[in-house]
Design a protein around this ligand. Sequence first.
Ligand code: SF4
Ligand code: SF4
Length: 190
Amino acid sequence: MQSLTNKARQVDRKPMTFLERMYVWNIAVGMWITLKHIFKKKATINYPEQKRTFSPVFRGLQVLNRDAEGRENCTACGLCAVACPAEAITMEAAERQPGEEHLYREEKYAAKYEINMLRCIFCGLCEEACPKDAIYLSETFAPSNYQRKGFIYGKGDLLIPHPQKDPEAYQAALGNRPIKQPKKDNATTN
Ligand code: SF4
Ligand code: SF4
């Protein structure tokens, strides 16, 4: 029969020698290869105890940012959701009530904010679109999960720790990022 590609290989079907039938030679070759690798530098690391240095342009799990006083930066403008090519972000906006100024920096905030990690392609466009420095991609992986619904990350999963209640965890999540001031709205600059 004519082959469909030019990648077909002729199989050598000559009878095996006595040594080959004993598999001793092949086992010895295999053991020699294993032995050689014992003395070589390991290509793997003991993750998660050991971690590799991330590239400066690495983009990992999203974090919803707070300001230095611990208030949520997000104003639920929806720009990140519009910019997202994978349509992974959904949110519900709510109005800040009197007495909630210590919780939310803007008059409007995201009462619900979800990212579907099964859709996300970690492109970083949500971070670039955000005018409030409210979302950024960190140096963290999305952990594995057995359930699809486990990959829908809500606000509780995404919010950075409170800088005053848990400063160590806040600094660890922030990494080397400076605390940026939000861009001023046109309404406030005019
Ligand atoms: S990183 Fe890209 S794909 Fe993921 S949520 Fe942000 S914009 Fe969407
Ligand atoms: S994360 Fe940024 S872009 Fe997205 S809704 Fe909040 S403020 Fe707007």
